[in-house]
Design a protein around this ligand. Structure first.
Ligand SMILES: *Cc1c(COP(=O)(O)O)cnc(C)c1O
Length: 330
């Protein structure tokens, strides 16, 4: 299987917003897609997206994980970008159609179908820097993806960055291309200069998240992550892990915490990242002021692995879905 994000199915669901309304959605091939060079999105970054997965369980049925939450978040992102907000019913229908139309291209477990709903402003108007796009495309791409860690799971190394920001204090909660563009050069520099895998953004020493994943530290019995305040993405994996942990008696704490606090907890901690693509990625080391600080012994945390196994077991139908997170669509 191709690397994550580079292989696509034959069809996508597509819908145009024009004349102040959403038109009838259709299924199209990817090369049917036409965009003009004057499109609002190409100049003023009116774009947002989602990421979720469909699984073909061992019983042959196709399931989505918490997709209604992705629908809500896409609508919130659309609002923040002043794009036309697709109705919940339209998104629900298009996501299901996109998956069902390629049902024979969904790989078996532990592989899955990554779903990428995307909304872009397409008005042909380069004079609209300070105006909302009156036209838009909504499309649902799907991409067969392998087990993220098929090549083996290894602990990540994060660079603690107190200078750069990945977004702004209020736009960090929006899943929009501009945030990745803003973060990219600091991520590249962290890789080249420090051999880090990712940057942990900590503006004014306030620990936030990495470029595309939420951050957790498990200090003894306390599972700690930054509270949602607009500056970080409200991850659905983040929320799922908090619910799982609470249910198992961990003390789950959403709060602001500093780099110094994080460093002081690390010797008796595990640390990890969360997001749909990788689910949970263990963090072994932090680079801060040119020093290395290990989480615990720097190896993969046992509880981190347990959370990962529990969550993927629910997603893949090997553990009962007590939280009602899974929807069968076929
Ligand atoms: C998508 C994303 C996440 C993870 O969100 P999930 O809903 O768990 O996939 C976290 N941080 C950023 C910046 C993201 O873009």
């Amino acid at each position: 299987m191709a690397a994550f994000g580079q292989e696509f199915t034959s069809l996508m669901a597509f819908c145009r917003y024009q004349d102040d309304q959403w038109q009838k959605p259709s299924l199209t091939t990817l090369d049917d897609f036409k965009l003009t060079p004057q499109s609002h999105v190409l100049h003023y970054a009116s774009t947002c997206f989602e990421g979720l997965k469909a699984y073909r369980w061992a019983d042959g049925g196709i399931r989505l994980f918490r997709y209604q939450d992705n629908i809500k978040r896409l609508r919130a992102s659309a609002k923040a970008l002043c794009l036309p907000i697709p109705d919940e019913a339209l998104l629900d229908d298009m996501i299901k159609q996109a998956v069902l139309s390629v049902s024979d291209e969904i790989p078996d477990l532990p592989e899955s179908l990554y779903i990428r709903p995307t909304l872009i402003g397409t008005e042909n108007n380069i004079g609209a820097a300070g105006k909302a796009s009156k036209e838009a495309y909504l499309y649902i791409l799907t991409s067969p993806v392998g087990d993220y860690f098929s090549g083996g799971i290894r602990p990540l190394k994060l660079l603690i960055d107190e200078v750069n920001m990945r977004s702004t204090p209020t736009f960090g909660q929006v899943k929009t291309g501009g945030n990745y563009a803003a973060a990219l050069s600091s991520v590249m520099r962290a890789r080249e200069q420090y051999g880090a895998d990712q940057v942990l953004y900590c503006p004014q020493a306030n620990v936030q998240e990495t470029g595309a994943a939420n951050f957790f530290v498990l200090h003894k019995n306390r599972l700690i992550t930054k509270k949602l305040d607009g500056s970080i993405l409200p991850g659905i994996t983040r929320d799922s892990i908090m619910q799982l942990a609470k249910n198992q008696g961990f003390e789950v704490i959403e709060c602001d915490f500093t780099v110094d606090e994080l460093i002081s907890w690390l010797p008796d901690s595990e640390a990890f990242l969360s997001g749909t693509a990788a689910v949970i990625s263990p963090v072994g080391e932090f680079i801060y002021n040119n020093k290395i600080h290990a989480a615990g012994n720097g190896e993969i945390g046992q509880q981190t692995l347990a959370f990962r196994e529990q969550l993927t077991a629910i997603q893949q139908g090997q553990q009962s879905d007590n939280f009602n997170w899974v929807s069968q669509i076929q």
